[in-house]
Design a protein around this ligand. Structure first.
Ligand code: C5P
Length: 289
């Protein structure tokens, strides 16, 4: 097994929960979930290069936010995969952190999953999917979903994954009002919820308008507790709606919210207006990929 001398580049797309229903707390402390998860064409980028020992370099607009983190999920993922493969994690990983940190769009989970995908290729490993999935689960609830990075139906604490083909490449605008929130704190603040086993899967080959209609039958159970902790989330949702979104919702445990738009032009205009009106907010036009 020889190291590949050419750098490997991996994309870590933003994860968006189109809806998120929360069930009971399980005996392992995690809540049972039901969620329709999509991935966007915006995300972080990783580059993997050969090195004598493991190192992680950070750049990009949000790289500085991770500078003090001793045990980044990327390092954990690299060490876990190296241990499974019986080798040392002798790579330098450069992370271009484009996504806001602790923001409900899976940044850390997407980076961990991209590390696993990239190192599988870089080290030319033949580890079975189930084993890779098991490593992903140890890294975080959203990491198995991010390993797939395709539209999927999520169950369990996040480990249940079923691909859902046929959603339209709908235009979205992602907006983070410049704050990070703790997933643990939001779950701890959760009082009422839809529960799981109620939601219908989307029909295949939906139009964007039909997808918008689908939103009427579900919600994000974490939105209410997140808005209590961070009221600016309510302001964010209203601002997106005021700029022509068909639907607005918070993703994951927040604080990033998104709008679903009828077409790219309306989404681009909304993104430009939101960025202009709220210079401290992170605003990105995206598409479901
Ligand atoms: O797995 P992850 O590190 O993303 O989880 C962060 C925290 O969010 C957990 O410690 C738990 O408090 C909460 N959580 C939960 N149920 C889930 C996922 C996360 O209660 N399914």
């Amino acid at each position: 097994m020889s190291a590949n001398p050419d750098p490997v580049r991996v994309f870590a797309p933003a994860k968006i929960n189109l809806f998120l229903h929360v069930g009971d707390r399980r005996s392992d402390g995690f809540h049972a979930l039901e969620s329709l998860v999509v991935f966007a064409d915006v995300g972080d980028e990783l580059m993997i290069e050969p090195a004598k020992e493991f190192s992680l370099a950070l750049n990009g607009p949000f790289g500085i936010k991770l500078a003090d983190e001793q045990d980044n999920l990327i390092a954990k993922a690299a060490r876990a995969l190296a241990a499974k493969a019986g080798r040392t994690p002798d790579v330098k990983i450069t992370l271009t952190k484009n996504l806001p940190v602790a923001s409900g769009i899976g940044g850390g989970s997407a980076d961990a999953a991209a590390t696993l995908r990239g190192l599988m290729q870089f080290w030319n490993l033949k580890i079975p999917n189930e084993d890779l999935h098991a490593i992903a689960e140890t890294l975080g609830s959203d990491v198995p979903a991010c390993l797939l990075s395709e539209t999927l139906w999520m169950t369990g604490r996040g480990e249940g994954i079923e691909p859902i083909p046929g959603l339209p490449p709908a235009p979205l605008v992602l907006v983070n009002p410049g704050i990070g929130v703790s997933t643990r704190d939001i779950f701890a603040n959760l009082k009422d919820r839809v529960g799981i086993g109620q939601a219908a899967k989307p029909k295949p080959d939906l139009s964007i308008l039909a997808l918008a209609d689908y939103f009427k039958s579900n919600r994000n159970d974490l939105e209410k507790p997140a808005r209590q902790i961070a009221p600016v989330i309510g302001e964010t949702l209203s601002a997106i709606a005021a700029n022509g979104a068909l639907r607005t919702r918070m993703s994951g445990s927040g604080a990033t919210c998104f709008g679903l738009f009828a077409d790219d032009k309306t989404a681009e205009e909304a993104a430009a207006k939101l960025a202009n009106d709220h210079p401290t907010w992170w605003v990105k036009k995206a598409r479901i990929q």
